[in-house]
Design a protein around this ligand. Structure first.
Ligand SMILES: Nc1nc2c(c(=O)[nH]1)N=C([C@H](O)[C@@H](O)CO)CN2
Length: 119
């Protein structure tokens, strides 16, 4: 199955479980791989059959920034649910990385796979 990919979608938002994290925005980077049959879009060259990565990116960013979130797991789960429900994606892989969350690492985070994911 074909995939539409969004790499390193940057979202600056209130994220974290510590008190100071409720006051200061931090940066999340999201990677999305979405199962999507692109054959009709490619055969017709017609945008209406494409999964619009710009629309997905905007919807995900709006959802994440709409309210404070504690865990990166919550971000990943809500992102997968939103994309599958709103964009009728059959399967999705979501990786959420939080930059500078702890000392001596570039990032920390989680990766989940939901729906009809095939290798
Ligand atoms: N599995 C997780 N562990 C931790 C998280 C998280 O979101 N998922 N968050 C924190 C703190 O917010 C940390 O990022 C603050 O620096 C700790 N562990």
């Amino acid at each position: 199955m074909d995939r539409v990919i969004i790499e390193s979608l940057r979202v600056d938002t209130i994220i974290g479980i510590l008190d100071w994290e409720k006051e200061v925005k931090q940066t999340l980077l999201l990677d999305l791989e979405m199962l999507w049959d692109q054959s009709k879009a490619a055969a017709t060259d017609d945008y209406q059959y494409a999964l619009c990565y710009a629309s997905v990116s905007q919807a995900v960013s709006d959802m994440i920034t709409a309210q404070p979130i504690g865990l990166v797991e919550t971000v990943a789960e809500r992102t997968a649910a939103l994309v599958m429900e709103q964009f009728k994606v059959l399967g999705i892989k979501v990786r959420v990385r939080k930059l500078a969350a702890i000392a001596n690492v570039n990032s920390v985070g989680v990766e989940i796979v939901r729906g009809q994911w095939s290798k």
